[in-house]
Design a protein around this ligand. Structure first.
Ligand SMILES: Cc1cc2nc3c(=O)[nH]c(=O)nc-3n(C[C@H](O)[C@H](O)[C@H](O)COP(=O)(O)O)c2cc1C
Ligand code: SF4
Ligand code: SF4
Length: 316
């Protein structure tokens, strides 16, 4: 049995080089699918796995002898490489400063992001964790201001056609089948946002993608874990920040590309391969403003779980 993704429905093949194996057992420990066992001091395949090899690559990356080769599910043995810097050498303070100095940027200079910068961003983003390898994240890249602008004005035209989705009569019609919070969300956020985007665009102001010189749409596939495109976009964002670029995540585009009048044609026109549960547009460029101050933020709740007492009271 193999776990299917948009790119494969087969398990990967495993090859163990007996001559190289020293019987350390690391592959046995690291494979969550129980692919390996030690027999007479050598790694052997158990043949009793749950899902078959998903090509996570852990065994190749851990084997000190280079005795394991994984082929298939978009993985090749030559994809393994020695790490230059161990994770523990990364300075937490430097990383925190980078994260603290990030702000969502909504004003960009008319300066392109270079192809070299883009490739660096993509190289970093490809390291993101993924639900099931190989990654089911798709990217659509608009690599200059004109392309971003064209996409955005077409998107606003699509919104114009679909304004009925937020009309009073439709919300009244669906009210019995949904909760008040959803109706409120539509009335107080989605409807004004839709009108704000389209009205501003008519006046020549792009408040959707803010005239950015680079936009990358990360979206999933029907097989994808919905979190995958978001995680990849986050990695790309941090990489772009490390190159001194400004970024902003845009959540408002993807939902409007899922259904509605003319949406399928729009997806076809732009080569968007799938409807998908989650997606995000990341815009990147040289900010017109630099911030000198960070902002302390909070989570909604941070609860430490305490095991309940048998009496029913929660321990402190
Ligand atoms: C999932 C997600 C979707 C977002 N969508 C938009 C958007 O459509 N337009 C926008 O201007 N900002 C968008 N933002 C940026 C947020 O408004 C921003 O992160 C928030 O105001 C906090 O500000 P900061 O990023 O500068 O800390 C989005 C952020 C996230 C994480
Ligand atoms: S990790 Fe490599 S050397 Fe160690 S038992 Fe597995 S195959 Fe052999
Ligand atoms: S690639 Fe991952 S799933 Fe496949 S054998 Fe190695 S550790 Fe197991």
């Amino acid at each position: 049995m193999a776990i299917p993704t948009s790119r494969t429905d087969r398990e990967a093949e495993i090859f163990i080089d007996d001559a190289k194996c020293n019987g350390c057992g690391k592959c046995v420990t690291v494979c969550s699918d129980f692919e390996f066992e030690l027999v007479h001091g050598k790694s052997r395949m158990t043949g009793q796995t749950h899902f078959g090899c998903i090509a996570c690559g852990h065994c190749m990356a851990i084997c000190p002898q280079g005795a394991i080769r994984i082929t298939g599910r978009e993985m090749r043995p030559e994809d393994i490489f020695p790490l230059k810097v161990h994770a523990s050498q990364i300075d937490y303070e430097a990383l925190l400063s980078l994260l603290q100095s990030r702000r969502s940027i909504r004003g960009y200079k008319d300066v392109p992001v270079t192809e070299e910068e883009l490739q660096k961003i993509l190289t970093a983003a490809r390291t993101a964790p993924m639900g099931i390898p190989p990654s089911d994240v798709n990217l659509l890249i608009f690599d200059n201001r004109e392309k971003v602008r064209q996409f955005t004005s077409d998107f606003c035209r699509l919104l114009e056609r679909n304004k009925w989705i937020v009309s009073g009569w439709l919300l009244a019609l669906i009210r019995p089948f949904t909760d008040k919070r959803t109706i409120d969300f539509f009335k107080k956020f989605i409807r004004p946002l839709l009108f704000f985007y389209t009205d501003q665009m008519k006046q020549g102001h792009d408040i959707v993608t803010y005239d950015a010189p680079l936009a990358i749409y990360f979206y999933g596939s029907p097989w994808c874990d919905p979190a995958d495109p978001i995680i990849a976009a986050t990695y790309a964002m941090i990489a772009a920040e490390s190159l001194g670029l400004g970024t902003c995540m845009l959540g408002a585009i993807h939902p409007f590309l899922q259904s509605g009048a003319g949406v399928r044609q729009f997806r076809e026109q732009y080569g968007i391969r799938y409807k998908s549960r989650e997606g995000l547009v990341l815009i990147i460029g040289h900010p017109t403003m630099k911030f000198d101050k960070g902002i302390e933020r909070t989570f909604a709740h941070v609860d430490y779980y305490n095991k309940p007492h048998p009496s029913g009271h929660t321990s402190s």
